[in-house]
Ligand binder design. Structure first.
Ligand SMILES: Cc1cc2nc3c(=O)[nH]c(=O)nc-3n(C[C@H](O)[C@H](O)[C@H](O)COP(=O)(O)O)c2cc1C
Length: 366
């Protein structure tokens, strides 16, 4: 096995990454009042110095009152937050790195910080907090237009601040995924309907708005997943045909790269083939894909929230699958959270120096 394939360049629009490794977006909750601090900037700088090909930031909220569910998550609008991001971008560029913000809207989620948005305020397709539990109304046509515009403004800010790419968070059961998922989207208007293609329209319009505002140079990455934070078995597409119906409109709307989130990279997506989600997404849409999930580690990431660590593990599956052309890039979360110099150690064959992931690392910005 050779990790050399990870250290080949990748180009999309004006972005040229020196290697195939992306730092996965990871919410850290260290942005008091929604403003990224100098500590946040230096945390990303260390990953740039460690040679990561592209840093995708933690999720950062678009301009809607209930876009985030904690006051310690960063905003992507307003003078103070954008000045904070400006410092982050400049610091990462000075360290030779490349960086994309992950634009986020949580929608209606079960975990909401009690001191945060006023009770009952949320954006959601049909007012379901989970399957079968309707707690209110879905968003109006006017709200939908405002949400789409908010994503567009965030993309324009990313361009103005000099980010190298932009990522839309369309995964894990948050707002865009709430529209994709039949269990939560019960609308009969043009933002819902019986097929996954109907329910993809909301996400597609957001992609279109981001594409338009990002300008011609910046790649637009869209993160999608089948699984939801509260239902790992949930699926938006149960067959390759459904997957095409889901993802093609998103690519046609302007997604350059699909970031296909799995908890374990080695898990096949459909029976009869060992292709994973990123493998199928690339095969069906033709665009480059990012794969992710337990890369370099023995166990999956949600266990970290229950205090579980994970052992360092070889990159055999990533190298095998990337070498076969299944996907173009790989995102790495916890291994890079634990050790900013993880990739450098891989490149230099210093694997004996790589430490296991410890859940305690979630508490600090080291
Ligand atoms: C602390 C933490 C925070 C995360 N926050 C986000 C986030 O803001 N947006 C997102 O799309 N995924 C988020 N994720 C998921 C990661 O991007 C990644 O998909 C996951 O950790 C699997 O990669 P890994 O096994 O290499 O850690 C988070 C994961 C962790 C561990």
């Amino acid at each position: 096995m050779s990790e050399d394939i990870l250290f080949t360049p990748f180009t999309c629009r004006s972005l040229t990454m020196p290697n195939r490794v992306v730092m996965a977006p990871m919410t850290r909750g260290k942005a008091p009042g929604g403003v990224p601090t100098e500590d946040v900037a230096q945390y990303y700088v260390r990953r740039a110095l460690g040679g990561v090909g592209l840093i995708v930031t933690e999720g950062t909220g678009v301009e809607r009152p209930a876009a985030l569910n904690s006051p310690d998550y960063p905003n992507f609008y307003g003078e103070a937050a954008l000045a904070g991001w400006d410092r982050v971008v400049k610091a990462v560029h000075s360290a030779g790195g490349l960086i994309a913000p992950q634009l986020w809207h949580v929608g209606l989620v079960r975990t909401r910080h009690p001191t945060w948005t006023p009770a009952g305020e949320y954006d959601n397709p049909s007012g379901y907090s989970r399957p079968g539990n309707q707690v209110g109304e879905g968003v109006s046509e006017e709200d939908v237009a405002d949400i789409i515009a908010a994503w567009g403004r965030a993309a324009a800010s990313a361009r103005d601040l000099g980010f190298d790419a932009v990522e839309i968070h369309g995964a894990h059961g948050y707002l865009i995924d709430q529209f994709f998922w039949s269990e939560l989207n019960k609308r009969n208007d043009r933002w819902g309907g019986p097929t996954i293609a109907d329910r993809a329209r909301f996400g597609a319009e957001i992609v279109r708005s981001v594409r338009k505002n990002a300008g011609p140079d910046m790649p637009v990455i869209l993160r999608v997943s089948q699984w939801k934070l509260h239902d790992y078995a949930a699926r938006n597409a149960t067959t390759p045909d459904e997957m095409t119906a889901w993802l093609s409109p998103l690519v046609e709307a302007g997604a350059d790269i699909l970031h296909c989130s799995q908890r374990r990279i080695w898990e096949p997506e459909f029976e009869g083939s060992d292709l994973n989600f990123a493998g199928w997404a690339k095969k069906l849409t033709g665009v480059p894909t990012i794969s992710v999930g337990s890369v370099g580690l023995s166990g999956e990431f949600t266990a970290a929230y229950q205090g579980e660590g994970a052992k360092s593990a070889p990159l055999t599956e990533v190298v095998r699958r990337m070498g076969r052309g299944d996907f173009d890039l790989v995102a790495v979360g916890r291994a890079l959270l634990q050790d900013p110099y993880w990739l450098q150690k891989i490149r230099e064959g210093r694997t004996a120096e790589i430490r296991d992931f410890e859940a305690a690392s979630l508490a600090t910005l080291s």
